[in-house]
Ligand binder design. Structure first.
Ligand SMILES: [Zn+2]
Length: 267
């Protein structure tokens, strides 16, 4: 029997035996738009590996204002402090796109992490990527125009959902970008005028992905490149991490042969 494909990219990157050991502790759960998975300062009870859901990481200012500092989808995990040995959340984790995720209890995740070197490596890499995304977002929020930030944010959402169509209210977008609703209306109107998106009553369609990328600030590419590099090439996904740094042709060859041209029959 062929096992179901693994939607979450961190889980998909695990060697098979490590993934199979995690599997009994993973429960598939639906995540609903607006659901809060964790609040700042509170104990993290579960980690979540999104399949086709998206979770926003928000920092709270003056007890009521929220600003998005990170976005987690199928490329990541919610609950990263647990991977660093810390049990409390610094951010609010809010479901931004409904869908499924695999959930594991915090204690079990930490036990599994101690026993699996590949899981540790994957978590370290993802932590680095997430930190880069958060620091880039801090600079982005300070220096880049709303229109470019909105374009970046729509592209990040598209990549995680793997869909050009999704639903987002203006009010939600305003919170995510830390601007007033009128600012979102103006920016979305400008993107629509240039036929890059269609936006109607919260339904967003990306009409011209390349054009939207050209409009987005550089922050989009910077974080995406780092993320792609951390995951390896598509051919690498699911291969042991130790193998990935070697040239493709060398994989599985005796040490003495590596770096030499392949025999004609194999090349
Ligand atoms: Zn930016």
């Amino acid at each position: 029997m062929n096992p179901a494909p693994i939607a979450n990219e961190l889980l998909a990157a695990l060697p098979r035996k490590d993934y199979l050991r995690l599997l009994p502790g993973l429960v598939k759960v639906p995540l609903t738009f607006g659901e809060v998975l964790c609040e700042p300062g509170k104990l993290i009870r579960h980690v979540y590996f999104p399949n086709d859901s998206i979770v926003s990481l928000l920092t709270i200012v003056d007890d009521h204002m929220a600003l998005e500092v990170g976005l987690v989808g199928r490329e990541g995990m919610v609950g990263i402090p647990l991977a660093l040995g810390y049990n409390h959340s610094a951010v609010r984790s809010l479901v931004q796109g409904s869908g499924a995720a695999l959930r594991m209890k915090a204690g079990r995740f930490q036990r599994e992490l101690r026993q699996s070197l590949p899981l540790q490596r994957i978590m370290h890499r993802y932590t680095h990527v997430l930190m880069a995304q958060i620091t880039q977002t801090a600079a982005c929020n300070r220096f880049h125009l709303v229109e470019a930030r909105l374009a970046r944010w729509l592209l990040m959402t598209r990549d995680r959902l793997q869909s050009d169509q999704f639903r987002l209210t203006q009010e939600f977008l305003a919170h995510m970008l830390g601007v007033r609703r009128v600012g979102v209306t103006k920016a979305a109107g400008a993107l629509q005028e240039r036929k890059l998106i269609n936006y109607s009553r919260g339904d967003i369609s990306i009409l011209d992905g390349d054009g939207l990328e050209a409009t987005a600030c550089q922050c989009y590419q910077i974080v995406k490149k780092l993320q792609d590099r951390s995951q390896g090439s598509p051919a690498d996904r699911g291969r042991p991490l130790a193998d990935r740094e070697r040239p493709l042709a060398d994989r599985g060859r005796p040490l003495a042969d590596r770096g030499r041209p392949l025999p004609a029959t194999m090349a």
